[in-house]
Design a protein around this ligand. Sequence first.
Ligand code: PLP
Length: 409
Amino acid sequence: MRDIKEAYKDFPILQRQHHGHRLVYLDSGATTQMPQQVLDTVNDYIKHSNGNPHRGAHVLAIEASKAYEGARDTVQKFINAAHREEIVFTRNTTESLNLIANSYGMHHVKKGDKIVITVAEHHANLVTWQHVCQVTGATLEYMYLDDYGHLLPGEMDKIDEHTKILAFAHVSNVLGMSFPVEELIKRGHAVGATVVLDGAQSTPHQKIDVQALDCDFFVFSGHKMCASQGIGVMYAKRQFLEEMPPFLLGGDMIEYVQEQTTTFNEIPYKFEAGTPNAHGAVTLEAAIHYLEEFGMDQIQAYEHELISYVLPKIIAMPHVHVLGSHDPNEKHGVIAFTIDDVHPHDVAQILDSYGVCCRSGHHCAQPLGAYYEVPASCRLSMYVYTRKEDLDAFLEALKHVRPTMGFND
Ligand SMILES: Cc1ncc(COP(=O)(O)O)c(C=O)c1O
């Protein structure tokens, strides 16, 4: 097992300078960087084996198919899915959720039914369900939170016999917190609801076992875990996939096409229309192998160490307010905050002038911003290559924000 403290050396982009400072990248919740190992693997694939998977009998088509299907096997093991057919490649979490909403939601939800989500959902796991409800006449119901990001007492009771779908983030991309995942899934199943878990912010940072979780759908994006942009995953229990109609239509997802009718390919190919992102799948497999060099437990423990180091220091700074829990044990990889009298975009720009990359804005969670009356915030988010030195550089740059804006206290 490799020591995670060495990981930063694998990332060429972290050698960059910006505004005369070492580049400090603290926006991994938005997208992560790629290590040399992943870059070399995809480069080698493109140089030697690039072809169109599942199409053709020549060497490059065969090698491309092997690489693409090998990536599926690796993803299956990584999240402990029972069957390789349960892994559908998509572009990202958003596309995975759209697939579920269209191929499952639209067909299983009707007027009088409910879809239950939390107020902290990313728009990808919210607008999709809004749309299903608008089309079907079902009701979208929200579970609300206390001031520190915990579900308010009684909110889980909204999961009742009218609930057909329960969808929520495994880890919130703003609060950095998990809801009581096991209990929610149990409650959902107890009333016969289908449970969709958005793993965009959890899969990169902790061991995932979809069988132990027992969720019906689980989705995530490669680009948040050292793979390239444009490759994502939708996991679903096999019986769901067998029964669901396809989402996109076209090449590769068919079995036999006649002038007026078509029969569809077996799962998972029924859901993978058109030339797939084999390059992305190769990076995802390489990224998983890379993360496994450290082990997900070490990654999680290391990030906890970083959060425990930086969170109390941020909280202690005057005029700085952290969203969600202030307890490092409840935070995973993400800390969102505001600074009195300074717009988050200005905060991010000032940090950038010190070489520190942080996200600013509504983080694609506008209902949460409206609920807390904090329409925008800054967010630092970390990954395997983040170091204490990076957090020190961030804390130092943060001290300059209010003075730069003309405040003296
Ligand atoms: C919790 C959560 N869900 C969904 C998404 C959407 O991911 P993508 O943009 O890769 O589709 C994100 C992205 O930040 C996220 O954090």
